[in-house]
Ligand binder design. Sequence first.
Ligand code: SF4
Length: 333
Amino acid sequence: MKTPGAPPLLDVAGLVKTFPVRAGLLGRVIGRVHALSGVDLQVWAGETVGCVGESGCGKTTLGRVILRLIEADAGSVRFGGPEASDVRDVRALDEKGLRRLRREMQIIFQDPYSSLNPRMKVADLVGEALAVHGLARGAERQRRVARLLARVGLDPSCASRYPHEFSGGQRQRIGVARALALEPRFVVCDEAVSALDASVQAQIVNLLRDVQEELGLAYLFISHDLAVVRHVSRRVVVMYLGEVVETAECAALFAHPRHPYTRALLSAVPVARPGERRRRILLAGDVPSPLRPPPGCRFHTRCPFVMEHCRSVAPPQRETGSGGWFRCHLEEE
Ligand code: SF4
């Protein structure tokens, strides 16, 4: 999907990641989990791209592979710009290049209870990256930590306390402050509000939005919660069993989903308008094992519209206008 006049900040093409499955005393590899199978994705500066799909679809792996927290098997991840000389091949970066990249790409994790080291004070948690990258020390670091805490709505006096002294929402604010410490350009929000109560979710979502407007940040917002994704995203990618099956602008996707899987996912989202109901599409069966993804269309084992050739022929990519597309054999009705 293109934004006129600007190259993407993040350009992912053909990303593949498998994990070995080992067994026996010698840890012999007996199979591979296909977590990502040729994923394409673009994110432009200042926008939020939602990434949705059921548990195990590969969305969390995608976020980690982009940040090189885990290594991909194949494909490319290009990041930077707008000048061509600033665009880097993330998979080819050496240790020094990777350290520089860490300043520009950050992650906010799902669980604010386990993602913060309980033995570290907030000042150290938030200031750790500043210290690691040699950006501030002593009183200057304290001042920057205080500013970051104030920016995420926490009293700077919190710096001397430990994570267990805070609520879930406050801990996630600390997580946001940590992610912002290096003034990144791109942040992966990996189920960043999923562990929080609805009212606290709204506060964190609003905080992320405010920070985005202020700093021009881009987010990859990974979530299984479609209502939240709809609220925050400009564009959405839908993943199923390691593949992107549909992508579109958020409003278009929710108004007119094309892929049968997207339709089923969206049918479960509550409708805000009183009296209006959406017909729920219940999918039969579970997601097939990523150890042996089905041939042809990977969704064919659960699709209510499955046709014979879906079982053996991979579906083509069909354009939907405004840069959106979906993968399906089904003709438009
Ligand atoms: Fe369903 Fe066939 Fe389309 Fe796959 S290609 S989503 S099985 S209709």
